[in-house]
Design a protein around this ligand. Sequence first.
Ligand SMILES: *Cc1c(COP(=O)(O)O)cnc(C)c1O
Length: 379
Amino acid sequence: MPRPIAVHVSIPAMQHNLAQIRTALAHQTSPLGRTSPKIWAVIKANAYGHGIEVAVQGFAQADGLALLDLNEAVRCRELGWHKPLMLLEGFFSAADLSLVDQYQMTTVVHCQEQLVVLESMIDQLQHPLNVMAKINTGMNRLGFAPEQFEAAFERLKQWQAQGYIAHLGKMTHFARADDDPSITYQQLQCFNQYTSHLAGMISVCNSAGTLTASLQQHLPSQFEQWVRPGICLYGASPFVAVAATELGLQPAQTLMAEIISVRDLGAHQGVGYGHSFISEQPMRLGVVACGYADGYPRHAPTGTPIWVEGKPSRLVGRVSMDMLMVDLTELPDAVVGSKVVLWGQGGPSVDEVALIAGTIGYELVCAVAPRVPRIVLEK
Ligand SMILES: *Cc1c(COP(=O)(O)O)cnc(C)c1O
């Protein structure tokens, strides 16, 4: 028998979250008399750990998919994804550009070096290319400097006029949409200042931006808009202070395991490596078949929420490679074989676990190990 651990991935939850985001966007834009933005569902990093195949199904109603691994992008096409497919980091070499062309992907162009590659190959492409030109408005990661953006954009527009480029848009990325709107407004101001006179669709919002209703009125209305939500589509919150359930989202990923051993413990007993937890009074402990080699965060401290048979309890002691211990003192019915949810449906949210473990839900959902059997829920 395999170890009693599994990760469930719910396609209906992904469908629900996408529909939820669409509804939220419609509510934001209709009072402004604008059409609702189109949605690139972000599926980078193997769809945040949920699997590319599952994402292509779960986000079938999205207007496009966005990711950054070329192999994963090719996989989407092979799985029958015919709508736009955007490479968030663009191409890394001339060879990549040939694949972008062959599979008719949309590429981000964010630096001079990419323009040089384009220059050398643009007249050899089989299809007109779709390009999103990226401007750095304060994230200071990818993107042309604001003062260099117009020249780069004009170069791309020349290629568009020559028929080498089909769609040409403008994008940027927020650094603090999850925690500081004032920085986001500064970034938007920069974006508008340097791009609003240049025609082309725009794409600026990640999950946090997409779920911040007040942003829409700061965006130019004359251009088609595409948003780029990621984490919220998987049912986790982009905001530390707002729970995913408050946003109407459902967890797409549930990490579950079983109790494989139960023991009674006297007072003043150390538990696990380093005896980081010492019992104050007699207690009952369960050993769960999940450890850091499965993707559970080793830094989760005693007290991290864990649910047993639908009831909340807590992690006790240090997380081992393949096991962790849970407090069963208040759960006398729990036995070997009882179901444990580490996060997701019927358990704590991945955001709660992440917060107490000093990380973010993004990292946890991405990090579930390949050795954990994956069960895809179609209903
Ligand atoms: C990851 C990413 C997104 C999605 O971010 P979330 O916070 O998961 O919504 C959007 N745009 C770019 C450029 C990204 O790298």
